[in-house]
Write a protein that binds this ligand. Structure first.
Ligand SMILES: CCCCCCCCCCCCC/C=C/C(=O)SCCNC(=O)CCNC(=O)[C@H](O)C(C)(C)COP(=O)(O)OP(=O)(O)OC[C@H]1O[C@@H](n2cnc3c(N)ncnc32)[C@H](O)[C@@H]1OP(=O)(O)O
Length: 249
């Protein structure tokens, strides 16, 4: 991979030997893919902006985080679930991102939204939910506006800077919020036996959601550093023009 210049026009690097002028990526992508990605990124920026405004308004009106999740859950579920499309973008090759990295990122969010926060009502008012909601929201507004401006070849430097600096704090904060929320869910899951399959049954299989959650929490230990170091490498490449050789999936 060769890196881009800090010219504020193309946020990332192009393949070695490819053209580097701003319109090069658009030409490679094709008109239909560029139009789709531009629409997608604008819609997602708008969606997460709506979520941000709703959260600020809720807090200003109520003065508490209690009830916040309930008030924004529909918008959150919709836009976070739609993000599954990003795995498809990687698989069909219209974005040059690793399927594995995007898959882990998106599926862990889907898991948090549907199998934790939506399914376990008693934890919806935990402070830790606010931690990951705020860090996801700031991250996504920055990320989707970065992609939009890049596709339009009008990327302001502060958006590029924000895309490759905010995550340094927001990623650990978001992950801490997620882990604390799963941790808060554990007693309820153990007591209720939710999503668990007990023996004996006709299929002779058992599944314990409580232990599944413990394993999921443990899996953050090897997986999160990989995502974080991936972003640090992207940062060096885009902001400092370093040439990075990425391993294939
Ligand atoms: C079933 C249970 C599973 C449980 C699993 C548990 C384990 C989980 C462990 C870890 C959990 C993490 C949880 C996450 C928490 C949070 O999000 S906290 C909030 C902070 N978060 C972040 O900062 C997220 C950072 N992550 C990302 O930005 C991405 O999701 C990424 C996939 C990790 C990295 O992005 P990547 O695509 O590699 O980098 P970019 O530089 O942005 O893009 C590379 C090139 O691709 C182009 N591109 C990508 N997407 C688009 C798009 N939508 N539209 C247009 N273009 C796109 C981009 O422009 C770059 O192109 P070039 O300029 O040509 O290089």
């Amino acid at each position: 991979m060769a890196s881009s210049e800090e010219d504020g026009t193309n946020g990332g690097a192009s393949e070695a030997g490819d053209e580097k002028e701003p319109s090069g990526r658009r030409r490679r992508l094709g008109l239909a893919a560029t139009a789709w990605l531009t629409f997608y990124n604008i819609a997602m920026t708008a969606g997460w902006l709506v979520l941000a405004i709703a959260m600020v308004r809720f807090y200003m009106e109520k003065g508490t985080h209690r009830g916040l999740y309930k008030s924004i859950q529909k918008t959150l579920k919709f836009f976070q679930t739609v993000a599954l499309i990003e795995i498809v973008h990687c698989i069909i090759g219209i974005v040059p991102t690793s399927v594995l990295v995007t898959g882990v990122q998106v599926s862990s969010r889907i898991f948090m939204v549907w199998l934790i926060t939506h399914s376990i009502k008693p934890i919806q008012n935990e402070e830790s939910v606010v931690l990951f909601l705020v860090s996801w929201t700031v991250t996504e507004i920055t990320r989707y506006s970065f992609y939009t401006f890049s596709l339009l070849d009008h990327l302001p430097y502060f958006v590029k800077w924000a895309r490759y600096n905010f995550f340094i704090i927001l990623y650990p904060v978001g992950v801490a919020g997620e882990l604390l929320t799963i941790y808060a869910a554990l007693p309820y899951v153990k007591k209720s036996g939710m999503f668990s399959i007990r023996l004996p049954n006709k299929y002779n299989v058992s599944f314990d959601y409580y232990y599944f959650l413990l394993i999921t929490m443990a899996s953050y230990i090897p997986l999160f550093p990989q995502l974080y170091f991936h972003m640090l490498r992207q940062r060096r490449k885009v902001l400092h023009g370093e040439v990075i050789v990425e391993k294939d999936d």
